[in-house]
Write a protein of this length. Structure first.
Length: 122
């Protein structure tokens, strides 16, 4: 194989990997169930008010943060090690995981606030 053919194959792999990461990226986008809009929250909460299910655990955003942070670290390490294309591809793959983490943290915080309205005050 010629060096040019090898470079093209390498570029294709990076583009495909970045594209797959953009499609798959982020557990929080796919799994976190948000709270209903605040305008629909019962005020005041009565005995007949029903609580809608939502995700209040930060487990999935933490996973997204770890994956995004790892990819970001790998991008930083690779910046001077070889092909710029590989570095750019890894950097692009980082974005959906970090965006998903931010989304997950915001939605789980809103869910905890929503659920706190249904807990009796001490």
């Amino acid at each position: 194989m010629s060096p040019e053919h090898t470079r093209r194959a390498s570029r294709r792999k990076v583009v495909v990997a970045a594209f797959v990461a953009l499609l798959v990226g982020g557990c929080s986008f796919q799994v976190v169930k948000p709270a209903p809009p605040p305008s629909t929250w019962p005020d005041p909460v009565r005995a007949d008010s029903s609580e809608h299910p939502c995700t209040d655990s930060i487990g999935l955003p933490v996973v997204d943060t770890i994956i995004g942070g790892s990819l970001g670290t790998l991008t930083y390490i690779e910046r001077d090690a070889g092909s710029r294309l590989i570095t750019i591809g890894i950097g692009i793959a980082t974005v959906p995981y970090l965006a998903s983490a931010i989304y997950g943290y915001i939605q789980t915080a809103r869910c905890r606030h929503y659920k706190s309205r249904f807990r009796p005050e001490p």
